[in-house]
Design a protein around this ligand. Structure first.
Ligand SMILES: [Zn+2]
Length: 489
């Protein structure tokens, strides 16, 4: 009893103090401080297995722990086709696929061509794990470098949800989490690579958004907009945010286990602007490796060695070395010409792999979709195109597309790119994701720490991550998650 009160006072947490004030609710023997006091989800946004394996010989930091003798390593398989950031983070947060969660894409494309950005709880149809953690009495902290990577992982009532808002150059949700001078100091570093990585600096399709194909890059303070997120410095800032949040919220300091998610999006931006097979991608990953060790060392010091668990995974993989790009504009021109010729009018709007026709003559939408599907299917690099009311059966990706489809949320047209070919959002630069191919759907799942039995995990369904995290903190599964937790100790 006294121990509980002391811990509660030390941690400055109101919850156990409330329990103390109603002694009838406290069991006769006060519970021992549990072994697992904190579960940490690390998301490396866009982390293809190819990049993970390329880095393996060099890991000395957090990734060395996560791939070492004490770790459990496997592959998380996304069961659905639209492998994008928002659907991925939602699946990690809820244990449900897009056809259930309602978050089918980063931008929900309606049949009329209007687009809705995904990061809005009003759009979510299933329960995020943070809500279950809160119900069990734990704290919830979610941190990232973009809003859609922390919102859903924080759940409806996080103790702290914050992301670095690059447009405003502030930490949204907790402006004082890292001092202004420290943010400026982090971004003033020039990015130069280590010299032992054996990758060429100047490979095809590198350098976008003001970033040159070759090193050095930065300082990030001189890079415009999102380019500063395509540097390891963004990961340094995120680690600073995580360490400050652990201290500020007293994570892992009382008897109710807590949940922390940290989503490193710099891996995604580096992939998009340089390709995941670039020297930049490998060097950035190894900087993240060092940052993870900085975070883990802090958890050892504050929560205690062996008293926290980390699960690392990704929201999607990526085509690490694209062979070709699908250009949207020529397709749009062809479709527009044919629609005009047929007297239907209107034009195609992409939110690849989805598309729709905007402005077709009333009553002639089906004809317009058929024309668009025909033109898409005839495009080099597109292996299939169809309307979503007629998803083809018997293809390797048929079920995956269905799991990405929601009648209320999905656009009427869907396209599948050939392997290695990506839709050209970035003017023929960098890697992308969003296809049902293995390189987009298969990502590392690594477990380390309290409750983890070392060994091989094999392939797991990525929807198992959410119930695993709740089970690690002693909370019930998110209520719409139907798959079991990954077997731990
Ligand atoms: Zn991305």
């Amino acid at each position: 009893m006294r121990t509980v009160l002391m811990l509660a006072l030390l941690a400055g947490c109101p919850k156990p103090a409330e329990t103390v004030s109603t002694p009838a609710a406290v069991p006769e023997a006060a519970p021992e401080t549990p072994e697992r006091k904190l579960a940490v989800l690390i998301v490396l946004d866009q982390f293809p297995l190819e990049l993970f394996e390329a880095g393996r010989p060099y890991y000395t930091g957090g990734l060395a722990r996560l791939t070492g003798d004490q770790a459990r390593q496997g592959v998380g398989v996304y069961p659905y086709a639209t492998t994008q950031t928002c659907p991925g983070h939602v699946t990690l947060a809820t244990g449900t696929e897009p056809s259930k969660s309602g978050i089918v894409a980063n931008y929900l494309l309606a049949a009329d061509g209007s687009q809705t950005y995904c990061a809005d709880f009003a759009l979510l149809k299933t329960e995020p794990l943070g809500d279950a953690v809160k119900e069990a009495g734990g704290k919830v902290v979610a941190l990232s470098l973009k809003d859609r990577a922390s919102l859903f992982l924080g759940g409806h009532s996080p103790d702290l949800m914050a992301y670095y808002d690059v447009k405003k150059d502030v930490i949204a949700g907790a402006e004082d989490l890292v001092a202004r001078e420290r943010i400026d100091e982090i971004f003033s570093e020039v990015w130069t690579p280590r010299e032992d990585l054996g990758r060429e600096d100047d490979r095809p399709n590198e350098g976008y958004y003001g970033l040159t194909p070759t090193f050095p890059h930065g300082p990030a303070t001189e890079l415009e907009g999102k380019a500063r997120l395509a540097t390891p410095m963004a990961g340094v800032l995120l680690t600073d945010m995580a360490i400050a949040a652990v201290d500020r919220e007293g994570l892992g300091q009382d008897e109710a286990p807590d949940f922390l998610s940290v989503s490193y999006s710099n891996t995604d931006y580096v992939g998009h602007y340089f390709t995941a097979s670039s020297l930049e991608a490998l060097d950035n990953l190894l900087r993240v490796d060092a940052e993870l060790e900085r975070l883990f060392a802090h958890l050892d010091a504050t929560v205690g060695e062996g008293q926290w668990t980390a699960l690392l995974s990704s929201d999607h993989g990526g085509e690490d070395d694209p062979v070709d790009y699908i250009e949207g504009e020529p397709i749009a021109e062809r479709v527009k010409a044919r629609l005009a010729e047929a007297g239907i009018g209107g034009e195609i709007v992409f939110s690849w792999p989805e598309a729709t026709i905007q402005g077709a003559a009333a009553g002639r939408e089906a004809e317009a979709y058929a024309i668009a599907v025909e033109e898409l299917a005839a495009t080099e690099g597109v292996i299939s195109a169809f309307t979503t009311d007629a998803i083809p059966d018997g293809e390797s990706w048929s079920e995956a597309v269905r799991m990405s489809y929601d009648t209320e949320r999905s656009a009427p047209i869907y396209g599948i790119s050939a392997e290695g070919v990506v839709f050209d959002w970035y003017e023929q630069h960098g890697s992308d994701h969003g296809s049902p191919h293995d390189y987009d759907r298969r990502v590392p799942v690594l477990l380390y720490g309290a409750g983890v039995a070392p060994g091989e995990l094999g392939d797991v369904d990525i929807r198992q991550v959410a119930p695993t995290l709740t089970s690690l903190v002693g909370a019930r599964s998110p209520k719409d998650a139907t798959l079991p937790a990954i077997g731990l100790e």
